[in-house]
Design a protein. Structure first.
Length: 702
C-alpha cells in the first residue's frame, strides 16, 4: 500500500502520517512510497495505543473537565533535552494545597512559568535573539539567520518538510530550526507601504492557496492535449458552454481543491516571466512521450525548471502507443538527475495517456499532494497584488491584461499601477469569458481599464485611488529613464564577479551551445575540470544548435553568460541580446573559448579578443573590377561596417575568413550599411565570391 493511500484509510493528513512514521523510525519521503505490511502494522499499532492511552487518562481523572484534559500544552521550543514536566503532578499539587479542583487556565499558567525557568537555566549566554518578520520565505529566513540555504533546505527535508527557497516557513517550524542554531527568534511586525493607505494592509490573514502549475516538454509530446483534457473534464465551473477565450491561464477543480494551470507556449514564456523577476510557477509538469523519450526541448525544460528551483512532476504520455517504452524514458530521466520515487528518488512520475484520459485524475492527485507538502499560502487581507501573464490590445475593449492574483482579493473598481502604466478595473473576466466581481490568490483573471498595454511579468499593485496610481506610474517611467542613462547593461561580468566572496565558493552560471554533440561534451568536460579559487562553474544549459531566444531569456533570468562554439546567433535572439545586453561570446577554437573564460572570471580578459556578429549580407551579383571581384549585396539583418571582419559562407559552410577592403553605396565609400539596403563589398585577398554566398560581419567587443 502506498503512503497516501494509508493516510486515507487511517483518516489522517499526509503530514500527520509522516510525523507518526518518523516517531517509529520509518522514513516516508513521498506520497507514492510503498509501505511494507510490517510498517503498516507498526503505524496502526502506534495509533491504537495512543487512542487507548488518551481514553485511560480521561477515565483516571473523572473529576476534571474533559476539555481541560484535551487542552494542548504549547511550547515546542523546549527540546527533548529539557526536563519533562508531568501535567498531572501540578493538578495534584494544587489539590493538596487548595483542596479544590484548580482552574485549568491557572494550571497552564503555572506550567508555563516552570517551563520558562527551565528554559532560562538551559540556555547559555551565547544564544542570540533575532527578530524575524513573518510571513517569511525559506531563502529570506536563511539570510536573516545567516544560515547556508542548501543546508537549511536539507535540514527541513530531514524533518519531513519538502520546501524550496520560495516556500513560506511558519513560526513554529522556524522557531524549532533556529533553536538548533542556538538562536531565539521573535516575530517582527511587518512594515507598511508608505504610498498605500488601504485599511486592509493593517491585517494579515494567511490561507492556503491553489498551486500554480506550468506544463513543459518537447514539441508534439502532448502538452496541449494534456491541458485540453484536464480543462474539459475538470473545469471549476460546470455551467453549459465551452471555453470562450484564451487568457493564458485557467483553473480546474479536483477533490474539491483547485489547481491553476499556466497555459503558455512552453519554457520560453516560463523563463520570460522569471527573467522579469516574476515568481509565478509553483510546480512544473514535464511531459515526455513514452515512444520518443527525452528530446532536446525536454532537456531545455528540465534545465529551465531546475534553474528556477521549481519542483518537477514527470508525466510520461502516450503509454497507449504500441512502441511505448516507459522504462527507457525513466532511465533517460535519471541521466538528468530526475530519479523516480519508485527507484528511491524524489521525482514523482505518472504514466498517462492525454488522448484517452488514462491516469489524468491520478496526475491531479499527485499535484495536490506535492502542493500540500509545499504548504502554499497567501495573505488575503493585504493590498491585492498580481503579475501579468499575458497582455494585448483589443480593438473593442482597448488594452487587456491577464493577471494572476498573488496576494489579497482583487475586486472590480480597484485602482492599480503596473510598472509604467496604471488604471482602474472596469471589469474582470475568467477564462470562460464570464464577468467576475473578485479574484483570490492563484486565480487568473482578464482585466480591462488599463491606460496602455503592460509587459508580461510586470507586477500589479493596488493603490488607494487613480491619482496615486498615475503618479506612481509616472515615477516608474522616470526611474527607468534614469537607470537606462546611468547603466547600459542589465548586468556585466563585473556585476557577477562583485557578488563573489573571497570566503565562500560561488556559482558562475554558463549557458553553453555548440555545433556538435562531440564538441559540446568536450567543452563541458574541460569547464567542469577547471579549478579557480572560490568559483564553481555551473553549466545551467548545454545543447547543440544556434543561440536562440530561450537561451537569452534563461541567461537574463539566471545572471548567466552565454558561450558558443562554432555556431551562429539567430536573428531574433540577436535582437534580444542587444535589447537586454546580455554577455555572449562566440569562438571557433576550443582552447580560445576556455582560455577566455578563465580570463573572464579572473578579470583579465582583453575586450578586443572577443568578437560579436553584427550583421549578414547576401550576394546578389558579382562584378569584375580590374583584377578583383566586388560583391553586389543586400543586407538581410543587422548591419555591415567597413572595419568588419567577415566570414564568407557557402551552403552553410565557411569558405573564407578575412576583412573588408572597401564598402560602397552606389559610387560613395560609406562607413556602414544597415538592414534592407544594397551595397558593394570588396573582400581583401578573396576573389572566389559567388552569387548566393552569405557574408557575416563581426566586430571586436569593447
Amino acid at each position: 500500500m502506498k503512503a497516501h493511500e494509508l493516510s486515507k484509510v487511517l483518516e489522517l493528513q499526509f503530514k500527520e502520517l509522516k510525523e507518526i512514521a518518523s516517531n517509529l523510525s520509518i522514513s516516508i519521503n513521498s506520497p507514492n512510497q510503498k509501505l511494507t505490511d510490517e510498517q503498516i502494522s507498526l503505524i496502526e499499532e502506534f495509533i491504537n495505543k495512543t487512542k487507548n492511552k488518551n481514553e485511560n487518562k480521561v477515565n483516571e481523572s473523572p473529576s476534571f473537565k474533559e476539555d481541560s484534559i484535551k487542552e494542548p500544552i504549547e511550547n515546542e521550543l523546549i527540546d527533548t533535552k529539557l526536563e519533562v514536566i508531568d501535567k498531572e503532578s501540578i493538578y495534584k499539587k494544587n489539590i493538596d494545597e487548595k483542596e479544590k479542583i484548580p482552574d485549568p487556565k491557572s494550571v497552564n499558567k503555572e506550567l508555563n512559568i516552570i517551563k520558562e525557568e527551565i528554559k532560562v537555566d538551559y540556555l547559555e549566554e551565547s544564544i542570540k535573539e533575532v527578530e524575524v518578520e513573518f510571513p517569511i520565505t525559506v531563502e529570506k529566513f536563511a539570510n536573516t539567520l545567516n544560515i547556508n540555504l542548501t543546508e537549511l533546505i536539507q535540514k527541513l527535508l530531514s524533518k519531513g518538510h519538502i520546501l524550496n527557497k520560495n516556500s513560506f516557513i511558519d513560526f513554529s517550524l522556524a522557531e524549532e530550526i533556529a533553536f538548533e542554531y542556538n538562536i531565539l527568534i521573535k516575530s517582527k511586525e511587518k512594515e507598511k507601504k508608505s504610498f498605500v493607505s488601504l485599511e486592509l494592509e493593517e491585517q494579515e490573514i494567511w490561507v492556503s492557496r491553489p498551486p500554480v502549475v506550468t506544463v513543459m516538454g518537447h514539441v508534439d509530446h502532448g502538452k496541449t492535449t494534456l491541458l485540453d483534457t484536464i480543462r474539459k473534464t475538470n473545469v471549476v465551473s460546470k455551467e453549459a458552454g465551452g471555453i470562450t477565450q484564451h487568457i493564458g491561464a485557467y483553473q480546474v477543480e479536483y477533490n474539491s481543491k483547485k489547481i491553476t494551470f499556466i497555459d503558455t507556449p512552453g519554457h520560453e514564456a516560463f523563463t520570460s516571466l522569471r527573467a522579469r523577476g516574476a515568481k509565478v510557477t509553483d510546480i512544473v509538469i514535464l511531459v515526455v512521450a513514452a515512444d520518443d523519450g527525452v528530446m532536446p526541448q525536454t532537456i531545455e525544460a528540465i534545465n529551465h525548471a531546475k534553474a528556477a528551483g521549481v519542483p518537477i512532476i514527470v508525466a510520461i504520455n502516450k503509454i497507449d502507443k504500441p512502441n511505448a517504452n516507459v522504462d527507457r524514458v525513466k532511465n533517460q530521466l535519471v541521466t538528468y538527475g530526475l530519479i523516480p520515487e519508485e527507484w528511491g528518488g524524489h521525482t514523482p512520475v505518472v504514466e498517462i495517456s492525454a488522448k484517452t484520459g488514462k491516469n489524468i485524475d491520478y496526475l491531479l492527485e499527485v499535484i495536490l499532494l506535492v502542493a500540500e507538502l509545499m504548504d502554499l499560502k497567501a495573505n488575503i487581507a493585504g493590498n491585492p497584488e498580481g503579475v501579468v501573464i499575458e497582455s494585448k490590445l483589443d480593438k473593442n475593449k482597448g488594452p487587456i491584461a491577464t493577471i494572476l492574483v498573488q496576494k489579497g482579493i482583487l475586486k472590480t473598481g480597484m485602482s492599480f499601477v503596473i510598472g509604467k502604466t496604471w488604471g482602474k478595473i472596469r471589469a474582470m473576466y475568467n477564462e470562460r469569458g464570464q464577468i467576475v466581481k473578485e479574484a483570490t490568490p492563484s486565480t487568473p483573471v482578464e482585466i480591462i481599464g488599463i491606460s496602455q498595454v503592460p509587459e508580461a511579468g510586470e507586477k500589479l499593485i493596488v493603490v488607494e485611488n487613480e491619482k496615486i496610481a498615475k503618479n506612481l506610474a509616472l515615477e516608474n517611467q522616470k526611474v527607468e529613464e534614469i537607470s537606462k542613462k546611468q547603466s547600459k547593461k542589465v548586468f556585466s561580468i563585473n556585476d557577477i564577479l562583485a557578488k563573489f566572496s573571497s570566503e565562500e565558493t560561488q556559482n558562475f552560471n554558463i549557458i553553453l551551445k555548440a555545433d556538435t554533440q562531440g564538441s559540446l561534451e568536450a567543452i563541458k568536460s574541460i569547464i567542469e575540470r577547471m579549478n579557480i579559487e572560490n568559483i564553481r562553474f555551473n553549466i545551467l544549459h548545454a545543447a547543440v544548435g544556434n543561440i536562440v531566444d530561450g537561451d537569452v531569456l534563461l541567461a537574463k533570468a539566471s545572471n548567466a553568460v552565454i558561450l558558443g562554439f562554432n555556431i551562429k546567433i539567430e536573428a531574433t535572439a540577436k535582437k534580444l541580446l542587444e535589447k537586454e545586453e546580455i554577455q555572449c561570446y562566440i569562438h571557433n577554437i576550443i582552447y580560445e573559448l576556455v582560455d577566455n573564460l578563465k580570463k573572464l572570471v579572473e578579470g583579465a580578459i582583453k575586450p578586443e579578443e572577443i568578437e560579436i556578429e553584427i550583421g549578414q549580407a547576401q550576394v546578389k551579383q558579382v562584378f569584375k573590377v580590374k583584377n578583383s571581384k566586388v560583391a553586389g549585396c543586400y543586407v538581410i539583418n543587422g548591419k555591415i561596417t567597413r572595419d568588419s571582419k567577415v566570414i564568407v559562407e557557402r551552403n552553410n559552410e565557411k569558405v573564407f575568413e578575412g576583412y573588408i577592403e572597401s564598402l560602397r553605396r552606389f559610387q560613395e565609400d560609406v562607413k556602414e550599411v544597415n538592414q534592407g539596403y544594397e551595397c558593394g563589398i570588396k573582400i581583401k585577398d578573396f576573389n572566389d565570391i559567388l552569387i548566393g554566398d552569405i557574408i557575416r560581419a563581426f566586430v571586436k567587443q569593447y
